[in-house]
Design a protein around this ligand. Sequence first.
Ligand SMILES: [Ca+2]
Length: 335
Amino acid sequence: MFFLVFLLTVPMAMASDVDGMQGASPPDGTKATGARTYGNYEADKVFDKDLTTRWLSAGYKDTIELDFPKAITLNSVQIAGYADPNSSASYTIYGLQNETWSVIGEKKFPLVSKLTILDPIEVTKGSYDSLKIEVNTPSSWVAISEITLGVNINTPTNLKAAAGDSQATLNWDQVQESESYIVRYGTEAGKYTETVTVTKDAYGSYVIPGLTNGTTYYFVVTATVNGIESGYSNEASATPQTTVGAVLNVTIDKDTVKVGDKFTSAISLENVSDIYAEDFTIQYDPSLFEYLGYDEVEGYKVYNTPTDENGKIRFIVASQGKEYSISDKATFLKS
Ligand SMILES: [Ca+2]
């Protein structure tokens, strides 16, 4: 009698982990070497995040070595073993520190049948440059489908999202040792369809552009340390909205102005609300016009002494009382 085992593989939004396994895959840049390898069942198949592919040795006892691009701090190793026919398997894990190998964990599993995700093997917590896993299976060739590492990376906290026009601005608490962050977002809580990798300096303020106004977006962020990704932060949401920019209008009181004519232009602000003070600079071409002065409009007062600096005049104008606050459109100065 035999059983067929089917494995359903679903494309994962979460890049670093293997479906059904804990911890993270070894980072990009890891080099895997099997002491012996059968056919094209190469050693790097133990971290391709695909449970259906595996490293296969041509013997009952063999060793695989993982050399990391940078030392990784870990406290457990999980193995998806493959044994055909069914077999027991014992695993001895060595860690490399200061160019010295030492045994950091071992465990025997009485039954590994075909593809089996074994319980994580605890190892002495430490920072390791390389790992070596020695496998002993008395009645089956040595095979490993996937290896994941139990790592403790601080997860970003306090993620906040502020809505803007077609965009959202994110900030979160810095994870000290992180080399970059990954922002994931989508239009449904818990479902993140978009991924952006951002620099380690982005935590204070990061803008996600190109969003649809009126749609709520949900965001999470992770930290990456030594190529390994942390867990998700809290989820934050924002609904971008159209904002109409304030428009400063300059209106001239005559349709045409002849040379030598004196004219007045009204300065007004549109599309704003509850503004009581405004600091702005008027620029004109001094080769064509001469600035003669300004008139205040009732309810508004000029607080500085505007001087003409080669065609640029700065005004600080404040309204006097609530009834003169600038909402929608108001003319508050004539010059
Ligand atoms: Ca694999």
